[in-house]
Design a protein around this ligand. Structure first.
Ligand SMILES: O=C(O)CCC(=O)C(=O)O
Ligand SMILES: [Fe+2]
Length: 132
């Protein structure tokens, strides 16, 4: 099984797999890098979601990732997605803007985010609608 490129929408994702390879992250130059897989299955992959990128005003980046097929070992993973409640208003935290800092995103609700923009393609950038 494969999983196309995407960013996770929520605040944080905590992933545990059976140690099979396949998970890759997209680097700034567009290349894909394999996430080290732990044969013992003792490690977690912690991923910043789109919402945390907004809360930190872009300081933490929601990195695009994907899973590629592998014929050697089946990959099984379980992910916890920590996200906000539907009516929650999301915007960069004032403490992270600093004096006179520019907010890169306008305020929006989680419900708005999960609305029409999420009906597009998996790989779509869903934050651009909220950029200032
Ligand atoms: O199974 C994996 O390794 C990745 C799954 C994933 O990226 C997701 O569920 O958002
Ligand atoms: Fe994901």
């Amino acid at each position: 099984m494969a999983f196309g490129e995407h960013t996770d929408p929520q605040i944080i994702s905590v992933l545990r797999s059976n140690g099979a390879p396949g998970l890759e992250i997209s680097l700034r130059d567009g290349a894909w890098a394999s996430v080290p897989h732990d044969g013992d299955g003792d490690s977690f992959f912690v991923n910043v979601g789109d919402t945390l990128q907004v809360l930190t005003n872009g300081r933490f980046r929601s990195v695009k990732h994907r899973v590629v097929v592998n014929s050697e070992k089946s990959r099984v993973s379980m992910v916890f997605f920590g996200g906000p409640p539907p009516g929650e208003r999301l915007a960069p935290l004032p403490a992270l803007l600093g004096d006179g800092g520019r907010s890169r995103y306008r305020e929006f609700t989680w419900k708005e985010y999960k609305g029409s923009g999420c009906k597009g393609r998996l790989a779509d950038d869903r934050l651009c609608r909220f950029e200032n």
